[in-house]
Design a protein around this ligand. Structure first.
Ligand SMILES: Cc1cc2nc3c(=O)[nH]c(=O)nc-3n(C[C@H](O)[C@H](O)[C@H](O)COP(=O)(O)OP(=O)(O)OC[C@H]3O[C@@H](n4cnc5c(N)ncnc54)[C@H](O)[C@@H]3O)c2cc1C
Length: 371
């Protein structure tokens, strides 16, 4: 999105991707709440399913169904979706360099030299503004002197099988499983994707690897009967940085976007929409700065002001909720599910909290600050 917005607004733009193919490898459960506001249509080419809500399971299996009237989002084929976005950027003038890894940044007067490696050779690309959208393992922001490295326990380790022959509860509902045994510091998901489903989990734990938790869930978890005939067609691993946004996302001639900037929900690990929206803002701000012939940090800070205005409160609230949930025992998570009842229409946090503490006053200690 950053290269799309930058090129569309007239800046000479180059998208650099280290993989040989845009969109690969996929490290994602592929759920996105909305794409229309980016001027995108839910094309059959990349949309695999429409999602109407979620079914949450407490550790003992208490089920809470969350729905909304309007469609809640999509499951996309991420490798096709990402490629679609790159083609869209190219159509408005962005160039794309694949199998090209940015390995360093050097300041050159008022410019950056981005040192890239392509097929064993190094090249320097001189540029006015760098948009560092290099994901969870981001180095680019650090090369520019920003603090962006995430500590291991700030990263949720994820493992996922895309499986076929999954018996779904509802083909348009995502399933979420919580519990300190099943997925400490995270949750298990089953996201229906048409013929297949993404069955995965994220954990923050030193005892066992994410894949071990996943195998255990598939064999013995609450959905084991519905997964007994399931078989994988793809395996994905990856990390989701869930510690909230980094301290500063701009400096002279550089902006940080997406997972690299911690623009991902610390509660759900959802980051596609945020990366796209913040990328759009970054592309707009960068191209405007270049037009005005001033890409100093003073000018580029507009990016941080704009993305924070839209998303900072959401991110910080999700960080707060995650911290509450991770303090709760499995019994308390069961009590929470009991208090929420069988079904919820939409997500009204204040209403939830009132319901929880009326029905389970013992949980007041966790939620009183949210009132
Ligand atoms: C298992 C898993 C499941 C997830 N499920 C969901 C979900 O269902 N919904 C959701 O919204 N979010 C989900 N997320 C999070 C989501 O995938 C990310 O938040 C999102 O992809 C962030 O986009 P990004 O562009 O910042 O980073 P990325 O998508 O990681 O893209 C970064 C790109 O930069 C490239 N790159 C990195 N370093 C360099 C370099 N030095 N030079 C050149 N290129 C480089 C990488 O190859 C990559 O293509 C999930 C994450 C994981 C790990």
């Amino acid at each position: 999105m950053a290269s799309y917005a930058s090129a569309k607004n007239g800046a000479k733009t180059l998208l650099i991707e280290k993989s040989q193919e845009i969109g690969e490898p996929v490290r994602c459960a592929e759920a996105i709440p909305s794409i229309e506001e980016f001027g995108l249509k839910p094309e059959p080419e990349f949309v695999r399913n429409i999602i109407k809500g979620g079914i949450l399971f407490s550790p003992s299996g208490k089920k809470v169904t969350v729905t909304q009237d309007k469609a809640q989002g999509y499951i996309v084929e991420r490798k096709i979706f990402d490629k679609y976005l790159a083609i869209r950027a190219a159509k408005v003038g962005s160039k794309v360099a694949v199998k090209t890894t940015a390995i360093d940044l050097e300041r050159d007067g008022n410019y950056w030299n981005v040192i890239v490696e392509f097929l064993g050779e190094e090249y320097a690309i001189k540029t006015k503004v760098v948009i560092a959208a290099d994901g969870v393992e981001s180095n680019i922001a650090e090369y520019a002197g920003l603090k962006a490295k995430k500590k291991p326990l700030e990263i949720c380790s994820c493992a996922e099988y895309e499986m076929t022959n999954v018996e779904l509860l509802d083909k348009n509902m995502m399933e979420f499983y919580f519990g300190n045994e099943v997925a400490p510091g995270g949750y298990v998901w089953i996201f229906p994707k048409g013929e297949t489903a993404n069955v995965g989990l994220g954990v923050r734990d030193k005892k066992k690897k994410a894949i071990d938790y996943l195998e255990e869930f598939i064999e013995n978890g609450l959905a084991k009967d519905r997964l007994k005939d399931a078989t994988p067609i793809e395996f994905k691993v990856g990390g989701a940085p869930v510690s909230g946004p980094i301290e500063k996302t701009y400096t002279d001639g550089l902006l940080v976007v997406g997972d690299a900037a911690g623009q991902i929900s610390p509660l759900t690990g959802g980051g596609i929409y945020l990366a796209m929206d913040c990328g759009l803002i970054a592309g707009e701000v960068a191209s405007k700065a270049i037009k005005a012939n001033d890409w100093s940090e003073e000018t580029l800070k507009e990016y941080e002001r704009r993305w924070k205005e839209k998303h900072y409160e959401y991110l910080m609230n999700h960080l707060k909720y995650r911290k509450i949930l991770e303090k709760m025992s499995d019994d308390e998570l069961d009590a929470l599910a009991e208090a929420l009842g069988d079904s919820l229409e939409g997500i009204d946090l204040k209403k939830f909290v009132k319901r929880i503490i009326t029905k389970k006053p013992s949980l007041l200690k966790y939620f009183k600050d949210l009132l």
